[in-house]
Design a protein. Structure first.
Length: 214
């Protein structure tokens, strides 16, 4: 987000500079097309990506693709280079999404964060792996979690942000799967192109190519 707004300020300053200095029309058009192309990339890569959790499931917006995954289809959420959502649909249910995992561009895990998450957690004596308990429920041990909430909060606070979000999303997916009947339909795991960011990059890039060839 910071990179996006820094770039917007830079592009606006350059356009204002062209207007003040009275640059030649061709030079101004070429530079404006370059700025527009990079602005489209900045929008797609820095501003657009997000992950939205609602009652139905996860909506993952990546630079040029939009994904929708119902809670009942999510098998696990973990963190590698990016937070990844692993899914498996109900037998016989078609899907327009390719592959069995989705990387969340909005939740990038830096090398520094990986080193931090590899350290032993601050809390000790967990009878259940920390990633499997959160939000007042346990996966299969039946432990009462209310008394453990402070320790879990400390554990989450010790993690890098993306890793902590992965733990919380994984726990919520487990809770939602346990709540829903096994016979319930998972719905569709869908993936589609996001045309506004595609157009924001390709249109000025094509214009720049045409200008260069004329």
């Amino acid at each position: 987000m910071i990179l996006w707004w820094v770039w917007v300020a830079f592009a606006v300053a350059n356009i204002a500079d062209f207007a003040i200095q009275g640059a030649s029309a061709r030079f101004a058009i070429v530079v404006s097309a370059i700025l527009a192309t990079v602005t489209g990339l900045a929008y797609a890569l820095a501003f657009r990506p997000r992950v939205v959790a609602d009652r139905a499931g996860l909506a993952v917006q990546n630079p040029f693709r939009d994904h929708r995954v119902p809670w009942s289809a999510i098998q696990a959420v973990d963190a590698r280079d990016w937070v990844q959502v692993h899914y498996a649909e109900q037998a016989g249910t078609p899907s327009s999404a390719s592959g069995q995992s989705i990387s969340c561009w909005a939740l990038y895990v830096s090398a520094r964060s990986k080193r931090k998450s590899a350290r032993p957690p601050r809390s000790r004596g967990w009878p259940v792996p920390p990633a499997r308990v959160w939000g007042g429920f346990s996966d299969d041990q039946g432990y009462a979690q209310d008394s453990r909430l402070p320790e879990e909060a400390k554990y989450l606070a010790s993690l890098p942000v993306a890793n902590a979000i992965a733990v919380r999303l994984d726990a919520r997916a487990r809770k939602e799967r346990a709540r829903a009947p096994q016979s319930a339909s998972t719905g569709l795991v869908t993936a589609r192109w996001a045309w506004p960011p595609v157009a924001a990059v390709t249109v000025p890039a094509l214009a720049l190519l045409i200008i260069a060839l004329v």
